[in-house]
Design a protein around this ligand. Structure first.
Ligand SMILES: *Cc1c(COP(=O)(O)O)cnc(C)c1O
Length: 808
């Protein structure tokens, strides 16, 4: 399709409104305009989608399948328009029709298909795959309910159901004819056939239908459209009547249990509830996806499945989809008749595994009994993989014999999914240099010694299309005015901005852009919280899931410290600051919820205390998600990336904010280290313990938070305020106080406090010199190209996947 003119597009929208709603555009609601527009955009892109699929079928290139329990894709209307080159035309058309484009885009619900960084990474990867002309697709689950909608009541987090599918989802297409039948539970029986081979029969299994819903993934200006396939769980025959003589009630209950599988996203990776359902979800995802992948292979090639690794590579996003390894073994042996050895050769050349965490409590383990009863045949296979793996070490790697108990896939009645994933994959990658090094040298050391060539690093990235072009168009325009538009296709060329660090007119433009973005956010804050913030204050932003290791507590301790200083001396000369938080806590994570309550309580004290003359404000925005991130990030001056060193695998929020001109205050953790290496020490604010120091403290146990509590008056005061009721009533925050002291402050909040405060004072000082600040901001933008997910995907494609770009 050639691009329509604005006049033509206006006509198309009007037409669509009439055929879809039998309405004149003048009478349409923003919601109707949203749906009409989405339908119009779908019709246009469906041509390219079909064409892409046909080309893949004809050419049979090797394809990557990204298996992930989460895809935090965000809204799609504006990003699809952007990638199709229609955004400006559409915005103009909407304005001519007297609609605000922003209002229309805001009609779209954020799909509740992910929790945080891991799911957002998967979404950025799909965008980059399609844009870089790679044949690559996502497989996920179509959860009807997302994590939860967060509201604050009296400062406490409350969770409302996030029924994001309440309204029809404009971007999905149900493909009922490609549904897959799956089996859970029951029992397995072995038979010896006449030819001596074993045959496995399943009895009394529960059957589930996996129905695919496809979402298009549109490349940027290249007419390529890949697929995100989301599975919906349904009864095999959706009738209200039982097929056999079981009771009507039992039948409905059974249908309900089946639908549960895709009913909700787990908001929590740290609690024990619903483990069985979680395993069912994982198997549901991998079994239906593998069936589809193998069916496609068979449809398009006449070759034996022994050559599957030439056409297929499957990336498993964390261990959640690692049941795919025994499931593919099962399919190859039980359904296709391969020997164990051949099946294993195929399997271990198809899978690649990405590790996302080194926090041992977050490493997935499943009770043997559960897997045995839910997936009896898979359990047999996992057991055999484990047996052969341990034998192999015993005989071929005697130097590792004493390490076997720590490396086994099955140990202490638990299945260690990370071990399964490593043993069954040809590639294991971490997500930032430090993280990959820690995997090799500490967490997965024994596996690294066994398989040194398997381990590699792929530092995370973010799509600069969504996180700069789409969400910060003003900044994108200033960049293009300065260095032209080539950076959009080659984000590394943002470094051309470095020639302009002393260009005062450019710095002034940057300043204007930031001011406008801050004004927009200030308006949003006013609308949603009723609080007025100073647009000239430093917007200091920490937005991410609430976790102890991410240390929102350290941030609020700094706020309390500033507040105490101002109370002592109201004329204290500090640069006014607005501390902006957004974060969801897992519903069962008590400590995290206490921190939310503390931040909200400090906010209500600070924001209403006239003695401090509005020098600091604290804002906690509800319901952090992709769309909220898109509003906040363009307005950020300071990016808080303050996790305990060694704990944050990579972080991607850090990349989004630097790309939008915020300066990072952070620890030497995750990708912060690589950001520092890009921008240089003087354009980032680094503080706190190093990962090695943290590690050594854990080893020798010499850290004493109590000593700091006793000796640092600032901390004594803050800690005592937690107990005394200075914020809220007496007992409110004593738990935080006791927690820090009784668990020996495992995340070193008290230890890093001093260096954090000093570094924040530098931030304060440098911000006063706006020219200096803006030039640092520009340097950050200039170096952010490295953190485009285009770079990350290019590394995966050449280093792990071995894909060829497809042009047509
Ligand atoms: C980027 C992003 C994250 C990840 O943020 P981190 O700071 O890296 O933890 C989480 N949630 C949303 C909605 C995001 O956009």
């Amino acid at each position: 399709m050639t691009k329509p003119t604005v006049d033509k597009f206006v006509e198309m929208i009007k037409q669509k409104m009439e055929t879809m709603y039998a309405k004149k555009i003048e009478d349409a609601t923003p919601n109707e305009v949203y749906y009409a527009l989405s339908s119009l955009v779908s019709e246009i892109l469906n041509k390219d989608w079909l064409h892409t699929d046909e080309k893949y079928d004809q050419r049979q290139p090797k394809q990557v399948y990204y298996l992930s329990m989460e895809f935090l894709i965000g809204r799609l209307l504006e990003s699809n328009l952007l990638n199709m080159g229609l955004r400006e035309i559409c915005n103009e058309s909407l304005k001519q029709l007297n609609f605000s484009p922003e209002d229309i885009y805001n009609e779209e619900n954020d799909p509740g298909l992910g929790n945080g960084g891991l799911g957002r990474l998967a979404a950025c990867f799909l965008d980059s795959l399609a844009t870089l002309n790679y044949p690559g697709h996502g497989f996920g689950i179509r959860y009807r309910y997302g994590m939860f909608e967060q509201r604050f009541i009296n400062g406490y987090q409350t969770e409302l159901p996030d029924y994001w599918l309440k309204n029809p989802y404009a971007w999905e297409t149900r493909k009922a004819d490609e549904a897959i039948e799956l089996h859970f539970g029951g029992s397995v029986h072995m038979f010896e056939r006449n030819d001596g081979k074993l045959e496995f029969k399943y009895q009394n299994t529960d059957k589930v239908l996996a129905v695919p819903y496809d979402v298009p993934i549109v490349g940027y200006h290249n007419k390529l459209v890949n697929t995100l396939r989301l599975w919906n769980a349904e009864p095999i025959n959706r009738t209200d009547q039982p097929a056999d003589d079981s009771s009507y009630y039992k039948h409905l209950k059974n249908n309900h249990a089946i639908e549960q599988i895709s009913s909700m996203l787990y908001p929590d990776d740290s609690n024990d509830d619903g483990k069985r359902l979680r395993i069912k979800q994982q198997y549901f995802l991998v079994a239906s996806s593998l069936r589809t992948i193998v069916n496609n292979y068979k449809k398009n090639t006449r070759e034996s499945l022994i050559h599957l690794p030439k056409k297929v590579v499957i990336q498993i996003n964390d261990t959640h989809p690692s049941l795919a390894i025994p499931e593919l073994m099962r399919m190859l042996m039980d359904e296709e008749g391969f020997s164990w050895e051949h099946a294993w050769q195929i399997t271990t050349n198809v899978f690649a595994y990405t590790n996302h965490t080194i926090m041992s409590e977050a490493l997935e383990k499943w009770p043997v009994k559960m897997i045995q009863s839910l997936l009896p045949r898979l359990y047999m296979i996992i057991d055999e993989i484990n047996e052969r793996f341990c034998q192999n070490i015993w005989f071929d790697h005697p130097e590792l014999r004493d390490k076997i108990p720590g490396m086994a896939i099955i140990a202490h009645d638990q299945i260690h999914m990370a071990h399964l994933a490593i043993v069954g994959s040809f590639s294991v990658n971490g997500v930032a240099k430090l993280h990959s090094d820690i995997l090799k040298k500490q967490e997965m050391k024994n596996f690294y010694n066994l398989y040194p060539n398997r381990f590699n690093n792929k530092t995370n990235g973010i799509t600069h299309r969504r996180w700069l072009l789409m969400s910060n168009p003003r900044l994108a325009d200033v960049i293009s005015e300065t260095i032209g538009q080539r950076w959009i296709q080659r984000p590394r060329e943002l470094t051309h901005l470095l020639r302009h660090t002393k260009d005062n007119t450019l710095l002034e433009k940057l300043s204007q852009v930031k001011k406008k973005n801050k004004r927009n956010l200030a308006e949003y804050i006013h609308e949603t919280t009723g609080i007025l913030v100073d647009e000239n204050s430093i917007f200091d932003v920490q937005i991410k899931r609430l976790h102890e290791y991410k240390r929102q507590l350290l941030n609020i301790f700094h706020v309390i410290y500033l507040y105490n200083e101002l109370k002592d001396n109201p004329s204290l000369d500090i640069t006014p600051r607005t501390f902006i938080f957004a974060a969801k806590a897992a519903p069962s994570y008590y400590f995290a919820k206490e921190v939310i309550k503390l931040i909200n309580t400090v906010a209500s004290v600070v924001n209403h205390d006239p003695t401090i003359q509005d020098k600091i404000k604290v804002i906690f925005l509800e319901n952090y998600n992709t769309s909220l991130a898109e509003k906040i990030i363009p307005a950020a001056d300071v990016s808080e990336q303050i996790s305990t060193a060694g704990k944050e695998a990579s972080g991607t929020g850090n990349m989004k904010m630097m790309m939008n001109g915020a300066l990072t205050i952070g620890t030497l953790d995750g990708a912060n280290i690589e950001i520092k290496n890009q921008v240089g020490d003087s354009n980032i604010f680094i503080f706190g313990l190093h990962a090695e120091e943290v590690y050594n403290y854990y080893q020798d146990g010499s850290y004493s938070p109590n000593e700091i509590y006793q000796n640092d008056e600032r901390i004594t005061q803050i800690m005592d305020q937690l107990r005394s009721g200075a914020f809220g009533h007496d007992v409110e925050f004593t738990d935080i106080y006791y927690h820090l002291l009784s668990t020996n402050d495992p995340y070193f909040i008290l230890k890093d406090f001093e260096s954090y405060v000093e570094t924040q004072q530098q931030v304060d000082r440098i911000y006063r010199d706006q020219n200096k600040w803006l030039s640092k901001s520009l340097i950050n933008i200039a170096h952010s190209g490295k953190f485009s997910s285009d770079r990350t995907i290019q590394e995966y494609a050449t280093g792990i996947w071995k894909l060829q770009k497809q042009y047509f």
